[in-house]
Design a binder for this molecule. Sequence first.
Ligand SMILES: NC(=O)c1ccc[n+]([C@@H]2O[C@H](COP(=O)([O-])OP(=O)(O)OC[C@H]3O[C@@H](n4cnc5c(N)ncnc54)[C@H](OP(=O)(O)O)[C@@H]3O)[C@@H](O)[C@H]2O)c1
Length: 319
Amino acid sequence: MTTFGNSSRFGTSSALELCLGGNTFGWTSSREVSFEVLDSFTGAGGSLIDTADSYSAWVEGNSGGESETIIGQWLAARGNRDDVVLATKVSQHPEFKGLAPKNVAAAAEATLRRLGTDHIDLYYAHFDDEQTPLEETVGAFEELITAGRIRAVGVSNYSADRVRQWFEIARREGYTLPVALQPHYNLVHRGDYESGLSEIARAEDLAVMPYFSLASGFLTGKYRNRTDLEGAARAGMAGKHLSEQKLRVLETLDAIASRLEVAMPTVALAWLRTRDQVTAPIASARTPEQLPALLAGARLQLSAEDAQALTAVSSAVED
Ligand SMILES: NC(=O)c1ccc[n+]([C@@H]2O[C@H](COP(=O)([O-])OP(=O)(O)OC[C@H]3O[C@@H](n4cnc5c(N)ncnc54)[C@H](OP(=O)(O)O)[C@@H]3O)[C@@H](O)[C@H]2O)c1
C-alpha cells in the first residue's frame, strides 16, 4: 500500500505537500477561474483537493454544493477523476445538517452526484454533532466504506477527546479507523491543534491537513489594516487578526520571505510543514496567479533557525 504523508493508513500518495482548498469555487472564484486554478494545480503536480458539501452556502444566492458541482464539472471536462484525490465533508449543508446515519447516507449520495463520481477518496465529519450518539455516526461512515462510496475517513473540528472516542468505537466494532485530521491551524492560531489534537494525531499516525493555513489571507501580508480589508470578501475572517501580536508574526514572516526571496504565504505554508504530523496544509487560491506562491510553499524547506524564529514569535499570540 502506498502511503500519504505520515499516515500509513491512507492508501493514496501525493507527491506535492499541498492540498488545494475548494471554498473559493462558486464564491470568490467563478466557474471559469476555478477551472483555471484546478488546471494549474494539477499541471504543477498537485492531486489533493479539499471541499465540503456546504461550500458555499454562505454566499447570497447560493444553496450549498456549488464547489462540489464545479469540481464535478471540471472532472467531467478533463476526464481525470483517477488523477486526483477528492476530500469532502458532511454535516453543514443546509439540507443535510448533522451526522445522524440517514443524513450522512443521503448527503454522501448528493455529494457523489454533484462530483459525478462513484466514490469519495476521503470523507470528513465536518463538525462534531453531539446530538447524535457517536457510535451511530461512526457506524454510518463504516456503511459508506463497506458500500465502496468512500475510501477513507477523516475528522475535522473535533476535540481531542472526541477523536479518541471515535477511535475507541471503531476499534471495538472492528471498523475502519480514521486516517486524517483537519484542524484549524496556522501561525496565528496554534492552540486548538497543539493543545491535545497533535498528541492524538501522533499516537494514531493521522495525516494532518490544517485549514486556514494562510489565516484567510492574513499571512499573505496583504491585510495589515482596516483600509486593506475594505471590499475584501474575506474581510470578516482576515480582519480578526489585526492585533499587535499577530502583526509581529507578519514582520518576522516578511523578513524571512524577503531574505529567501519568496512570498510570505510560501513561508507560512513551509512552516506548517515543519510541524508535528502535518502532511499537507490546505490553502486556496482565488486566482491562478495566487497559486505559484502556494506551490512554492509545498516545496520550500525552512532552515531550523527560520522555523524556530517563527515558532517563537507566534508563541506569544493569544488567540
Ligand atoms: N474544515 C473546516 O471547517 C474548514 C474551514 C475553512 C476552510 N477549510 C478548507 O481550507 C481551505 C483553505 O481555507 P481558506 O481558503 O478559507 O483560507 P486560506 O487558505 O487561509 O486563505 C486563502 C485565501 O488567501 C488569499 N490568497 C491565497 N494565496 C494568495 C496569494 N498568493 N497572494 C495573495 N492572497 C492570496 C485568497 O483570498 P483573497 O484573494 O480573497 O484574499 C485565498 O482564497 C478552504 O478552501 C477549505 O477547503 C476547511
